[in-house]
Design a protein around this ligand. Structure first.
Ligand code: 5RP
Length: 239
């Protein structure tokens, strides 16, 4: 990641933390932008400028980071509400439809997003697309015993590829926080109807969840570079 991209991520993460108020239960997303947000939240709690915030993490990554930084955490089953969830995304289209799961955390991310009263996305400008999946593959989490069967079903549906995600610095595939595998799916020409495909893929036996997030995001904050400096703008939703 370039230094410029990281500065955009930091700027947008800081802006998202400004949306958090005292006493909130906050969903803490995964990935590098969300990690900046967790660090800025910890700073605000340590300085006393925010109080009584409880976090609900969406991954092992977030849980380790937030607990190391002293953010009080509870699990999804132990909270009665989530006021606000803040998370990154891999692609965002003009209707606030998303591809997530670049970090293979989309199962827990979608659970937290679906539970939250408000779901705010934090991205740098490189994540904005006119149509989903023209370049970023759609992650699909599958039971390990079913990956070949699900792969065959996806190819039978007309997907152009459905590759088992392989790990780096570990032999074999990426294993998710839930102990499952991930297929990275491409559709020729991109995804025309994300909501329909989201439901259709989740209906395949052996699929846990896919990384299409439709009808969930309320706001999208975008980190940009304006005149050489990081700037944050709020995206206006189309359709
Ligand atoms: C993880 C995710 C992340 O939010 C997504 O990959 C964006 O990550 P980053 O902020 O590092 O670009 O969905 O499953």
């Amino acid at each position: 990641m370039s230094d410029l991209q990281d500065r955009m991520k930091q700027a947008v993460a800081r802006a998202a933390v400004d949306l958090i108020s005292d006493g909130m239960v906050v969903g803490l997303g995964s990935g590098s932008t969300a990690a900046h947000m967790i660090r800025f939240l910890a700073e605000r709690l340590a300085s006393g400028s925010l109080r009584d915030v409880l976090g609900v993490t969406t991954s092992f990554q977030g849980e380790v980071l937030a607990s190391e930084l002293g953010i009080p955490l509870k699990g999804l089953n132990a909270v009665d509400r989530i006021d606000l969830a803040i998370d990154g995304a891999d692609e965002v289209d003009p209707a606030f439809q998303l591809i997530k799961g670049g970090g293979a955390c989309h199962v827990q991310e979608k659970l937290v997003a679906a539970r939250a009263d408000r779901f705010v996305i934090v991205v740098d400008a490189s994540k904005l697309v006119t149509r989903l999946n023209l370049s970023f593959p759609l992650p699909v989490e599958v039971l390990s015993g079913a990956w070949r069967q699900v792969q065959a079903t996806l190819m039978g549906m007309g997907c152009s590829s459905a590759d088992l995600r392989m790990a780096t610095r570990k032999a074999g595939p990426v294993v998710t926080d839930q102990g499952n595998l991930v297929l990275d799916v491409m559709v020729e020409g991109g995804i025309g109807d994300p909501a329909a495909l989201e439901a259709r893929i989740n209906n395949i036996p052996g699929v846990l969840e896919n990384g299409l997030f439709t009808g969930l995001a309320d706001r999208v904050l975008v980190g940009d570079i304006v005149e050489g400096e990081p700037a944050v703008r709020e995206m206006a939703r189309q359709v």
